[in-house]
Design a protein around this ligand. Sequence first.
Ligand code: HEC
Length: 189
Amino acid sequence: MQSMKYILPALILASVVACSSEKPPIYEATPDSLYKGSLYYASSEYNCKSCHGTQWDGNGPEAKNLEKDGIKVPSFTDATPPEVTPVDYFKAMTVGTANTKTLPSGHAFQSHTDRGRWAMANFLYSLAPAVATKDQAKRQEAMTKAMEEAKQAYSESRRWNMGFVPLAERPKSPKLEDMKGYNPVPSQQ
Ligand code: HEC
């Protein structure tokens, strides 16, 4: 078997490459996640555009109806206060906000995966103009704190906590091997 001479080194090389190109954490904005976020927003079953608009400015057709009920749909292309971070955006579309409780969806879009919601959160957040120079330190501080929170949450569980249980009391997700139906080696027939 002459070809075996090549297969083994190739396998070793492939696993070294796989280990060294570690994926960035799911809450990190990368060109790839931002691009995907734009697609998810445009195609979501929750029809983000109906409220937030095709130009992301909060002028979707449904926004006018909500306004009658005193609910204002925000624009993603306006400046955001320096203390607001993508984590706030992620939470708004994961558990909803006080202002979205009456919407049928509750604005909790949990049929999107955590990765999908992060992609949309980071994409929408990237649409706002850069923060003013005088506010940059405040924004930096908020970002550092927010990313620490995300890192901590995902060190505890593979999913963001959907309720309001303090971090220390959250149940840990089971190990992959213990999950029902987990079978890494296809059975030999
Ligand atoms: C029925 C209308 C409606 C739909 C559909 C909708 N949203 Fe929203 N969204 C709102 C309203 C209203 C708010 C403001 C909530 C508040 O003021 O607390 C909001 C807030 C947000 C925020 C927080 C923005 C901020 O400035 O804090 C994000 C992020 C967001 N929406 C993303 C999405 C995404 C992504 C989708 C689709 C998956 C979506 N929304 C679908 C009405 C909607």
